[in-house]
Design a protein around this ligand. Sequence first.
Ligand SMILES: C[S@@+](CC[C@H](N)C(=O)[O-])C[C@H]1O[C@@H](n2cnc3c(N)ncnc32)[C@H](O)[C@@H]1O
Length: 278
Amino acid sequence: MRVNPVLKWAGGKTQLLPEINKRLPKQFNTYYEPFLGGGALLFSLLPSSAVINDLNSELMNVYKCIKHDTQFIRLLKELDQHQSLHSKSYYYLIRDMDCSPYYKNWRDYERAARTIYLNKTCFNGLYRVNKKGHFNTPIGTEKYKKLYDLDNITNMHEYLKNNNVKILCGSYSSAVKDAKAGDFVYFDPPYDYQDGDGFTSYTTDGFTKENQVELFNLFKELSDKGVYVMLSNNNTDFIRDLYKDYNIGVIYAKRAINHKGDGRGAVEEVIITNYSNS
Ligand SMILES: C[S@@+](CC[C@H](N)C(=O)[O-])C[C@H]1O[C@@H](n2cnc3c(N)ncnc32)[C@H](O)[C@@H]1O
């Protein structure tokens, strides 16, 4: 069964899967992905036991609705409706719904369909919210594409429903609290930036250097427990110095999304592991 991400996400890992696959542990028990985003690695591995998490509640609501039977069917109907009604004025109408006091009464599958619709029709698939937490990305300039691929979203539904996949929405640290020796944790946090000019506002909170240090401490704690840990980040002096006692592989990535829509091109990233699989 093949499953591809249903959302375009900043930092999406699809293009880096060959490099990540080379560095996976040979075998592991439960898979943890606490900064899930579009979930490129999860959906390429399709592990039978997994714990997935992201701080973004609109995002995790999409996976919950894809997983659950009745919600799933309703979600598809909602998506078909957005598909047939799409226009510039419809985009802004749906986008600004989260400013309405009634938005909190929306059903989960309606919110999930809105998230997928906005993701597919907004500028560059960029998830950006203002200080009040309202989605504020303008409409995209690309030609309108189908909102979803029925076979793919059905496969994702089957995978999430028929396996032991726990869907959480909170901080990365609580998501991995049950990880044990032999489990595998893949951390793909908001990236560190050398010049402070990167796109780190995936949610209303940015991810600071202090957050990178907290994450490093957790990486170390999990390592001491015998958990296999892999982490992706930018190849900055700060990150290389922090993880200097671990295995650091440097790879090249094409950047598709940043906060300005520029800054594209090949950049160096690192894949850090606490184990060697050679
Ligand atoms: C680099 S993206 C992950 C990309 C993902 N691997 C993919 O393939 O699409 C980082 C994710 O971390 C999430 N995030 C930011 N701060 C977080 C936190 N404190 N705890 C959990 N998730 C967080 C963001 O919402 C974002 O989805």
